[in-house]
Design a protein around this ligand. Structure first.
Ligand code: GLP
Length: 248
């Protein structure tokens, strides 16, 4: 598809999306390249700017494009990728993508650990842990909601930290001397619920990726148990696999 069919059954924004998708897949538009503006696209394909904007916005939401304020819209290198091999935090993942991470703290408290959290953190249920709920964004686009529970001596001091301006992992390592060395993470497919859809600005029922992470400091001691919900359309988890020599 390279032109817009006016009489066809497909809406124009959808056709433009397909045209742009093709430009990406056949490398006409290279990763990192600035794409034409809404005005240019609307003139070239004979449609309103609003229609062109809708097509661009949907491809931003799908992770194929990303926006830079004041600069324009660019072709993504690939969807935002979280490496499953390296223990990285959200801020690092997004920066590695050349995007700007930001955070909205939804709640922060010292609250009693439920059975599951206590089990993961290897503490007694009811023990007070630092609980942080955050909305995580990349270039101002909401990507994930994360609830982290932390347990270490002095964790209540985190209540005084500005967790909108600072990365949790960076604070843990630089201010609290908590050096994370490994983590276990589970992934599960799901659907965005109505509560999450409001915060993540995606339709109810769109694909979601649920993760549960337990992060450890030295000597195999868990200090963080976190549950996250990522927008499935915007996120990719990457892992590389090595086959062991089973046959010789
Ligand atoms: C990831 C993990 C969370 C962790 C966060 C730290 O998103 N799923 O468990 O809390 O990274 O990110 P940051 O250092 O940006 O606060």
């Amino acid at each position: 598809m390279s032109t817009i069919y006016r009489k066809g059954p497909l809406p124009r924004y959808y056709q433009l999306k397909e045209i742009m998708r093709e430009k990406i897949s056949n490398r006409d538009w290279q990763p990192g390249q600035l794409i034409p503006s809404e005005r240019e696209l609307s003139e070239q394909y004979g449609m309103s700017r609003m229609t062109a904007r809708q097509a661009i916005t949907e491809l931003v939401n799908e992770g194929l494009f990303y926006r830079e304020q004041g600069k324009g819209t660019f072709v993504s290198r690939h969807k935002i990728t979280q490496q499953l091999l390296h223990l990285t935090g959200f801020t690092e993942d997004i920066r590695a993508r050349g995007q700007r991470p930001s955070t909205k703290v939804l709640s922060m408290s010292m609250s009693p650990a439920d059975e599951k959290t206590a089990d993961y953190l290897r503490i007694k249920p009811g023990q007070l842990v630092f609980t942080l709920q955050r909305l995580r964004l990349a270039d101002d686009e909401p990507l994930a909601i994360e609830v982290s529970h932390l347990n270490f001596i002095g964790c209540e001091k985190l209540l005084e930290e500005d967790l909108e301006q600072h990365s949790l992992y960076q604070l843990l390592e630089t201010r609290y001397g908590m050096i994370l060395i490994e983590a276990e993470q589970e992934l599960e497919a799901g659907l965005i619920s109505s509560k999450e859809s409001e915060k993540l600005k995606v339709p109810i029922g769109s694909p979601a990726l649920y993760t549960r992470r337990t992060a450890y400091i030295e000597r195999n001691q868990p200090i963080e148990y976190a549950r996250s919900i990522y927008c499935g359309r915007k996120y990719v988890f990457y892992t590389s696999l090595k086959r062991e020599q089973l046959f010789s």
